[in-house]
Design a protein around this ligand. Sequence first.
Ligand code: NAD
Length: 480
Amino acid sequence: MATITQTDTIKTITTHYIDGAFVESHGREVMDIIKPTNGQVIGRVTLGDEEDTRRAIAAAKRAFTSFSRTTKEERSRYLRRLHEAVSARIDDLTDVMVEEYGGVVRFARLIVESGVAAFAAAEKGLQELPLKRSWGKTTVTLEPVGVAGLITAWNANALFICLKLASAVAAGCTVVLKPSEMSSLQTRVMVECLNAAGLPKGVFNVVTGLGTVVGAELVRNPDVAKISFTGSVAVGEAIMRDGAATMKRITLELGGKSPTIVLDDAALDKAIPSALILAFMNSGQACAAGTRLLVPRSRLDEVKQAIQEGMRTFTVGDPADPNIMVGPMVSQKQFERVESYIRKGIEEGTEVLVGGEGRPKGLEAGYFVKPTVFVNVKNDMAIAQEEIFGPVLSVIAYDSEDDAIRIANDSKYGLHSAVMGTDLDRARRVASQLRAGRVVINNMTDDPQAPWGGFKYSGVGREYGKYGIEAFLEPKAILE
Ligand code: NAD
C-alpha cells in the first residue's frame, strides 16, 4: 500500500491512521521535514487537528468495548503478529530513522530491534502477570484502564511506539498514538507495519500533529483514561497539571543527567570506552546518556589520557556510514541548544579536553556539533545539572566513594546510572545507594523484563515487561 507519495525527493503525507484505515487529515497545516545532514526539505506532512484527534479517540473508544474483553491468549496472538510485522521491515525502519532523524546506522538498527523485542517482552510479561487472584470470598482482577493516549519524543521513535503499544495491547487497552511531529516519515513506515499485523480496527489509531494541538486534546479529552508520555520535563509537568482535570492515569518518561561512577579499582582500558559509549550513544540525544563522568581525583590524569585515546573512535559524519559514531543533531534548534551549552561550559571556566564550539571541519551543511568533553567540571555548574541532549560529557573528580555517591545523587534527575569497578561486591554496594530507576554495572546492558523509568524529575511510573503492562491496568475487587 502506497501511503507516502513521493515527488522527486520530497515525500508527502496527508493522512492519519484512524479506525483501521488511512484517512485524509481534517487539519490543513503543513510542516516541512528537514534532513539533518544537509538542512534540505525531504518531506511534507499535513498536521492533524483537534477534530482528527477526537475521531481517533472515538474509534479507540468503540474498539475498547470488545478489545478489553479479549483473553490473554488472544492478546498474545496479536503481540506475536505485531512482532512479525515489524520484524519484516527492520531495514526500512532503520533507513528512515537514519534519513529523517540522523541517527547513526549502527545505533538506529539497535533501536529498531529493541522496538521489535518489546512485543516479545510484552507477551512474556503478560504470561507472567496474574490478571486474577482470589482468596476467601474476594476476587481481584486487573482490568484495562481504558483508551490510552501515547505521546512520544523524536530520538528513538520506533522503540517508543512499539514499547507503548505493546504494553497497552497486552493490557487490553486501545490507543491513540501521537508521535513527535519530527518523526512523521519514520512513523508512517511503522504504521504500515502495524497495519499489516491485522489487529481489529480502532485498536490503534495514529494522529500526527503538534503537541499543543493533538497532544493537548488527548490530555484534556474525558474519553482518554491514560496518558503514557516520553519527552521533556516541561511538557511532562504540563501533562500532569492538565490531566488532573479528567483524573488521567499518567506515566511520564522524562529527562536525565546520568552519572557514570568509575571506582578507583576500575580497569580504565575497559571502563573509559564503556563510559564513552554511554555518553555518546545516539549522538548524545539519549535520555539515559551518561553525561556526568565521576572519576577518582587520584586517577584524573590517567582518565584524561584514556578519554583522549578513546575519543579518536568517536568519528562524526554521515550517519548512514557504518563507521561513524556520532551523527548530526536532529534540528537547527537542537544544534543551537547544544552549541549554547558548549559555550556555557567554556564560560564556566572548565577545560575543554576534546571538541569545543562550532561545526566539525567539512560538515558545515548539517546540524553537526563536535563531540565535546569538559574536565575540571564542578557538579553545581549548569553543564553538570541541566540536560543538554547532545554529545557533551562533563568529567567531575571525586575524593572518596561516599563523595562519588553524593555527587551522583546531587541532581534533580534519577533515570539511569552506571558503576565501573573490578570488585563487584563494592560496585553493587555503590549501585544500591544511587537514586535512579536503573543502574548498570560495568557496561551498558539491557533486559526488556526489567523496569525502565525515573526517580525524581526523570518521571513517574515504569515501562517494559510486566511493569509496563501494569501501568495500563486498574485493579478491581469483587467481594461476595
Ligand atoms: P518534548 O517534550 O518537546 O516533546 C515530546 C512529545 O510531546 C512530542 O510528541 C510533542 O509534540 C509532545 N508535546 C509537546 N507539547 C505538548 C503538550 N502541551 N501536550 C501534549 N503533548 C505535547 O520532548 P522532545 O524534545 O521530543 O524529546 C526530548 C526529551 O525527551 C528529553 O528531555 C529526553 O530526555 C526525553 N526522553 C526521555 C526518555 C525516557 O525514557 N525517559 C526517552 C527519550 C527522550
